[in-house]
Write a protein that binds this ligand. Sequence first.
Ligand code: ZN
Length: 208
Amino acid sequence: MTSNQPPVPCPFCGHRVIDATLNQKEPAVACINCLRCWGAHSTPNVSGPDYEAAYPEGDTPELVDEVIRLFFWQQELATPGAARDRGGDEATREFLLRDAAARDRESHRLELLWLREPFALESLRNAQALADTAARDLQTHDLITQEAFVSGVLGPSAREWKIAGGPRAYVRQEYRAWRDAALEHEQAQTSPDRADAGQIVDLYGRYL
Ligand SMILES: [Zn+2]
């Protein structure tokens, strides 16, 4: 991204001037060039779930809690042998996924703040760069591990992700799929009816 490009371009025309009405009940953003309007949490230019679908309130850890958790987890993973002891590639993948999701959320939070009232570009660009790097790290890990832990519809090398914002959209797809699987697993464990009548269920509570 060069310095004369907007940090939050219009997803339709790429124009730099955007009118944000973020303090309304249903926050929205409008482009004063092409006049199109979109929800502050929608992502009209990329595939996969938008911010509301990927990180719904009530089913997503508070960002600040998640960042602290990831910080201590990273310290653990840096200990020799720790990644292997904690589940190897699968644990590493979960860390990369949650780290990329947290950076995606933080960057989006700053993008909305910046639209409302522009502040130092450097901190926004820094957050965007961190989110992009973490997203690409997840894609690389998923390619190296032959997509063993990918659960979304589109794989890490799909052409849909090869656009601006694409890697971060991949993170949202994978985070949503990972959360859905975890919730299904929790429900299967707490529901007494799921595994009765001689039915065999798999790890996620699905009937085999
Ligand atoms: Zn526009």
